[in-house]
Every structure is written in structure tokens, then in C-alpha cells.
Design a protein around this ligand. Structure first.
Ligand code: AP5
Length: 208
């Protein structure tokens, strides 16, 4: 299975990827996670990306495309992958298309998780994650257990101000990839409102 999860910030892409990858036996490839790891490690790529991310802007295509295409070419992604947060511009989608064609493989599905903007700010500002396991929580919707709550952290771009900028970027730069994949017959629209379990079930049905 070669698939992409698309959706606005806070739609639940990371939450759903964590629930789905094991059943498909494919790696979860999140460009956001890769960039955060580069920032944490203080690499040249991370230093370049950090300012954009904190401000809620997109990291330039010139930086992200090479990083993502290189990752997809690794051996654990030979038989499939679940991309989360890539592509998120039309040039990224076109570059992915070219890289997959060159490798002689094709995408199976692009799942668009739909959540209205009015719900996004609460999801983003309440998000916390466990630095030890990477598990994503929400202070209200999925509270961290008592033995974890003291160590959860908040992402630096999870402020209301950065979230609103990310939403503007999503509608301006990422939404155009939806008709691109729709025209290829790959797009599956899934309602992202409801419990995480209900959303997982909808994705599984859409992928059948
Ligand atoms: P990235 O990490 O990809 O962030 P994003 O797309 O904004 O998505 P999020 O991780 O914020 O949300 P999500 O959809 O994964 O939601 P989650 O499951 O956590 O990118 C970050 C930054 O990196 C970008 O802004 C950009 O600067 C840069 N970047 C990354 N890729 C790039 C690229 N390709 N090109 C250029 N720049 C790039 O859920 C959110 C919260 O909601 C959680 O608290 C969760 O518990 C809760 N929740 C989840 N599901 C539900 C539900 N069903 N009901 C209630 N709450 C729920």
C-alpha cells in the first residue's frame, strides 16, 4: 500500500497514521516529524527549517522535496508507505509523481481527512505529546494518563497565532493538490469529526 494522508493542521493525520501503519505493515513517513528531528539535532537542514516552522510557514520545496524523496527510496518503504504531511504543495505533488514513475511504482490512494476550520484551533492548542514514546494526546479530547502527564510537551508551532497561519497556508498552498489527485482517481474523502476510532474505521472502509 502506497498512500498519502492529507488534511489541514490538526485534522488527525498523525493520530490516524499511528493507528493504521501496523495493520498495513508500512512505515509512517511524516515530513513534519523528520523536520522536527532535524531541528532537535541542530543539523543544517534543521537550522534552515526552524524559523519557517515556528512561524507557521511552509519550509521551501527545495528543502523538503529532496528529503522526502530520499526517505521514500529507503529499503523499509520498498513495499509501501504512509505519507503524512507530504506533499503539501503542487510542486511537491508533481515531484513525488515523477519520483514514483522513475521507480516504476504508483500510489494506491490519497486520503483527505476533512475537519472544519472552526474545530482546528482547539485541537491544535490542546495537543500535547509524550517525548519518550511520541504518542499524541489532547488535554481535553484524549488526556494523557497520570503517569505520563508530567512529561508531555507542546509543539512550538501549536500557538493560536501560528495555527491560524498554518490554516491560511493549507487553504492557499496545500488544497490545490486535492483536485490534482482527484483527477488521477486516487482521492478518498473521509469525515475527520468523531472519535479517533470512528475516523479510523471510515479510513479503513475507504481503502477497501
Ligand atoms: P506537520 O507536523 O505535518 O503539521 P500539520 O500538517 O500542521 O499537522 P499536525 O501535525 O499539526 O496535525 P495532524 O493532522 O497530524 O493532527 P494530530 O493527529 O496531531 O508540519 C509542521 C510544520 O512542518 C509545517 O507547518 C511546515 O512548516 C513544516 N512542514 C512539514 N511538512 C512540510 C512539507 N511537506 N512542505 C513544507 N513544509 C513542511 O491531531 C491534532 C490534535 O487533535 C491532537 O491533540 C489529537 O489528540 C487531536 N485529535 C486527533 N483526532 C481527533 C479526533 N477525531 N477528535 C478529537 N481530537 C482529535
Amino acid at each position: 500500500m502506497r498512500m498519502i494522508l492529507v488534511g489541514p493542521p490538526g485534522a488527525g493525520k498523525g493520530t490516524q497514521a499511528a493507528r493504521l501503519v501496523d495493520s498495513y505493515g508500512i512505515p509512517h513517513i511524516s515530513t513534519g516529524d523528520m523536520l522536527r528531528a532535524a531541528v532537535k539535532a541542530g543539523t543544517a537542514l534543521g537550522r534552515e527549517a526552524e524559523g519557517y516552522m515556528k512561524a507557521g510557514a511552509l519550509v521551501p520545496d527545495s528543502v523538503v522535496i529532496g528529503m522526502a524523496v530520499e526517505r521514500i527510496g529507503q529499503s523499509d518503504a520498498e513495499n509501501g508507505f504512509m505519507l503524512d504531511g507530504f506533499p503539501r504543495t503542487l510542486p511537491q505533488a508533481q515531484a513525488l509523481d515523477a519520483a514514483l514513475k522513475a521507480a516504476g511504482v504508483a500510489l494506491d490512494a490519497v486520503v483527505l481527512i476533512q475537519v472544519d476550520d472552526s474545530l482546528i484551533v482547539d485541537r491544535i492548542t490542546g495537543r500535547r505529546s509524550d517525548p519518550e514514546t511520541g504518542t499524541i494526546y489532547h488535554l481535553e479530547f484524549n488526556p494523557p494518563p497520570a503517569d505520563v502527564i508530567d512529561r508531555v510537551v507542546q509543539r512550538s508551532d501549536d500557538t493560536e497565532e501560528a495555527c491560524r497561519k498554518r490554516l491560511v497556508k493549507y487553504h492557499g498552498e496545500t488544497a490545490p493538490i486535492v483536485p490534482f489527485y482527484e483527477s488521477m482517481g486516487l482521492l478518498k474523502r473521509v469525515d475527520g469529526v468523531g472519535t479517533p476510532t470512528a475516523v479510523t474505521e471510515r479510513i479503513q472502509v475507504a481503502l477497501r
